[in-house]
Ligand binder design. Structure first.
Ligand code: MG
Length: 379
């Protein structure tokens, strides 16, 4: 019996050793399913409602859920995941995204590695639909990264140790609730505050947060300030209260007024609503200090990477933002985080029903993992 047990033990060890050097096992260890599937890209998609932890208020709206469409592209037995998130102001809905995705025919491409050609084709299907396009782009990048066995930050040659802290948004509410939300934000090193209402309300928000903490604040006025002199007075007031940057202070159409504001402002001014895509950046040079890149605005990772290069060439600063998204789109955006001065990647933290795990926040800082693609796993 002893001999037989020893034999089985050695046989088991042999099997384990063989498995260790089996390419399929190595791919499995890298988070990639074993190959053997169809050498044809298959895109699938499903609607998903993200449930907000708190009702989310900005200068123009309040909401409790965000409509999302989750996507997958499967090729050769490997699956890449993507996502379209649709805040109401972008003009896309689950129905419009699904209608767009039905038009996407990936069978005309022989390989997912043709990202450039594929995304040019996807972009040509319709003029807008930037979130729907991002849902294809992210799934494609996740797939290609998995096929290469590498995360995108590494493929792009970025240093994962230089990622910024993420901000955590404290939305508009009563003083009591704002105090509670500020305490909830205590693990984060940067608080983002949505301003752009009347002066008393804006100052109440900042004073209430300052009654709880001295943490750095980033202000997003969401185009809410109507007059450049008023905006400059507000910025000086905010500067005295450890606010470090201002996002979209005035209407995206007020380029000359914003240029004056940026020239006179003690704080850097970032474009968000004014900067959707690559083509927008050049005209913003001189009017804004920097730009806020969001995958859902710019059609995804491919164009976002190009926006980083153009902004750097124009000597403009960079921040990365998000919508209310799952950890899928957040982890995709996080691949660009090493290039960013500021990051506002808290969308997954604001929802109750995240369906992926991915990029994590450690001591307030964006922390990238070594998993291939966009570094996520399905929960
Ligand atoms: Mg913004």
């Amino acid at each position: 019996m002893t001999t037989r047990r020893n034999f089985l033990k050695s046989a088991g060890m042999l099997t384990a050793a063989a498995a260790l050097f089996n390419p399929a096992t190595i791919f499995a260890q890298k988070g990639v399913k074993k190959s053997g599937g169809s050498k044809k890209m298959e895109l699938s998609f499903v609607p998903f409602d993200a449930q907000m932890r708190h009702a989310f208020a900005i200068a123009t709206s309040v909401r409790t859920t965000t409509p999302i469409v989750l996507t997958q592209i499967t090729y050769d037995g490997v699956t890449g995941y993507g996502e379209a998130a649709m805040p109401p102001y972008l003009g896309e809905t689950q129905a419009s995204v699904i209608e767009f995705l039905k038009k996407v025919d990936l069978s005309k491409f022989s390989s997912p590695f043709l990202i450039d050609d594929i995304m040019k084709y996807v972009d040509s299907i319709a003029i807008n639909n930037t979130a729907a396009k991002a849902a294809v782009d992210i799934a494609l990048h996740d797939l290609v990264g998995k096929l290469m066995g590498q995360p995108w930050w590494k493929i792009w040659g970025f240093d994962p140790t230089v990622c910024p802290n993420t901000s955590f948004t404290v939305g508009f509410d009563t003083e009591e609730v704002v105090k509670e939300k500020t305490k909830e934000a205590s693990p984060y090193k940067v608080i983002k505050v949505k301003l752009g209402r009347d002066e008393a309300t804006d100052k109440m928000m900042i004073n209430t947060i300052r009654s709880v903490t001295d943490t750095v604040i980033c202000v997003d006025a969401n185009q809410g300030w109507k007059d450049k002199h008023y905006a400059l007075d507000m910025i000086h007031w905010l500067n005295e209260r450890n606010v470090k940057m201002i996002e979209q202070p005035m209407s995206k159409y007020l380029l000359d007024e914003t240029a004056w504001l940026t020239e006179n402002s003690p704080l850097p001014i970032y474009a968000d609503e004014a900067c959707q895509r690559l083509v927008d950046i050049q005209k913003l040079k001189g009017a804004y200090t920097g730009i806020n890149i969001k995958l859902m605005k710019c059609t995804g990772m491919r164009e976002a990477r190009e926006m980083v290069s153009l902004a750097e060439a124009l000597n403009m600063k960079l921040m990365i933002g998000c919508m209310t998204e799952t950890s899928c789109a957040i982890s995709a955006a996080a691949q660009l985080a090493p290039k960013m001065e500021w990051a506002d990647l808290d969308g997954n933290l604001l929802i109750k029903n995240d369906c992926y795990s991915g990029m994590t926040i450690v001591d307030g800082k964006i922390t990238l993992n070594d998993k291939p693609g966009i570094g996520i796993e399905k929960l």
